[in-house]
Design a protein around this ligand. Structure first.
Ligand code: LLP
Length: 443
């Protein structure tokens, strides 16, 4: 799946820049993001959904789900490619606004948006706030009243379709925190409509992430259309937002279906359900995150130690320790995610050995790549590349064990530049009131 990686004399290249050059200039661990890949995936997703919608005579707006990877530069790339932006905290909103994203093309999510966050969003003029609870409706109503403002709102609905990675199963009352249950949505809609300054413009649902089949999306969309039918009230519900969640290949074992096929499957399901009910087809919206940035990212590490560990009589596993770990990629530890790895700094003819790529943190679950075959002579000083780390690695990074978070470098047509600077230990110490003056202030 490492479409960003190209071999040149055994040295891997990303976006036309060699991995060894990148490591020398910027150090390791290093997040590398290929700008043309991000742009290409953004364009492809926009085209897939808008084309699918156009076949049924409606429009589709594609939001980039910023939680996957957010920086001002990435916001500029995706908005340049015609995407809107989905944010889910005041912090993400601030990044999108700082990047110059058109406020009317920002959607704001979250199950516990604070008064301050909602106020910032209303003042900025965000295009839609996706409300998640009755308390939030009243909170938002009070804010727009106080600010003498007007706000477009979507209702987040829990369609009851819970998408697992490869299958989906439906439960009447899914036990999770997001959205209004289908049977509570009518009450929520009338509460929004009671407030003249709030405008109910649509319904939203999101069924999960890293999903490979369109069946779960189609089922959820059909349920949302049924709700749309009962809540339309003469047509103020113009938009159905069906969220994100489209899967990518992390290893060669993953075979996601093309986004065009997914888009067609989902949009056709909406059209079919509207037809059955004799309804006009609403405009649609989607929120892909992972599929835009996931494969465009590669993380580079340097090998520090290797250690053969006898697992049993037949298996010896080589533990390869790198200079990062669960602080820059928590996904393996958190979700049992699968990644692949390659030696990036040289080629080797030595027979492959079964390795586990582990980090430098103080726990045995600190695994980046659980099982991989690398040349048996992999050793100290080798650079390792872990592809498909563009989504939910930088954004989930932590300072566990006082690890400074790595920089992000964008590569494009043979050039490389820092788009997020790395942290230093001094950055981390600067927060410690015991040694840094002026830190112990109350807010
Ligand atoms: N829209 C909403 C309302 C969401 O909650 C999410 C993801 C998305 C869109 C984007 O989903 P995507 O297209 O990226 O799958 N940390 C996890 C993924 C969490 C996803 C949370 N919501 C991971 O690393 O796999």
């Amino acid at each position: 799946p490492a479409s960003a990686l190209r071999d040149r004399d055994g040295v891997l290249e990303v976006g036309g820049v060699s991995a060894t050059d990148l490591a020398e200039r910027f150090g390791t661990p290093l997040y590398v993001l290929d700008e043309s890949e991000v742009r290409a995936h953004a364009r492809r997703a926009r085209e897939a959904f808008t084309a699918a919608a156009a076949r049924h005579g409606v429009q589709a707006r594609v939001y980039y789900a910023g939680k996957a990877f957010l920086s001002t530069e990435v916001v500029r790339w995706v908005t340049d490619e015609g995407l809107a932006v989905d944010v889910c905290t005041g912090g993400e909103l601030a990044v999108a606004l700082a990047a110059g994203a058109e406020p009317s093309r920002i959607g704001f999510h979250g199950n516990n948006k604070s008064v301050a966050e909602l106020e910032a969003a209303v003042r900025a003029g965000v295009g839609s706030i996706i409300v998640d609870s009755r308390i939030e409706i009243e909170r938002l109503a009070a804010i727009v009243e106080r600010l003498d403002a007007h706000q477009r709102v979507l209702l987040r609905v829990n369609s009851g379709v819970h998408a697992e990675t490869h299958a989906f199963l439906a439960t009447a009352h899914e036990d999770q925190k997001f959205g209004f249950a289908l049977e509570d949505a009518a009450d929520a809609a009338s509460r929004v409509r009671e407030h003249a300054r709030l405008e109910l413009v649509g319904l939203h649902c999101h069924i999960g992430s890293q999903i490979f089949a369109s069946a779960g999306f189609a089922e959820s969309a059909a349920r949302l259309v049924a709700l749309y039918a009962s809540l339309r009230d003469g047509g103020d519900l113009a938009v159905l937002n069906l969220g994100g969640g489209f899967g990518i290949a992390y290893t060669s074992a993953d075979e996601p279906i093309p986004i065009e096929e997914l888009a067609d499957g989902i949009v056709d399901a909406v059209a079919r359900e509207c037809d059955l009910r004799g309804l006009p087809m609403p405009d649609l919206a989607f929120e892909p995150g992972r599929v835009i940035v996931g494969q465009a990212g590669v993380t580079l590490y340097e090998v520090g130690t290797t250690k053969p560990v006898r697992v049993d009589d037949t298996i010896t596993r080589l533990y390869v320790s790198i200079d990062g770990g669960m602080s820059d990629n928590a996904r393996t530890a958190l979700y049992g995610a699968q990644y692949s790895a390659r030696v990036a700094s040289r080629s080797s003819d030595v027979a492959p050995a079964l390795v586990r790529v582990v980090g430098k943190h103080c726990e045995s679950g600190d695994i980046v790549v659980d099982a991989e075959y690398l040349p048996g002579d992999v050793s100290i000083g080798d650079l390792l590349a872990v592809p498909a780390t563009g989504a939910y690695c930088f954004s989930l990074a932590s300072n566990y064990n006082y690890a400074p978070r790595p920089p992000v470098v964008a590569v494009c047509d043979g050039t490389a530049r820092v788009i997020v600077r790395g942290e230093s230990v001094d950055d981390l110490l600067a927060r410690d009131a015991g040694i840094a003056p002026g830190v112990d202030q109350e807010r």
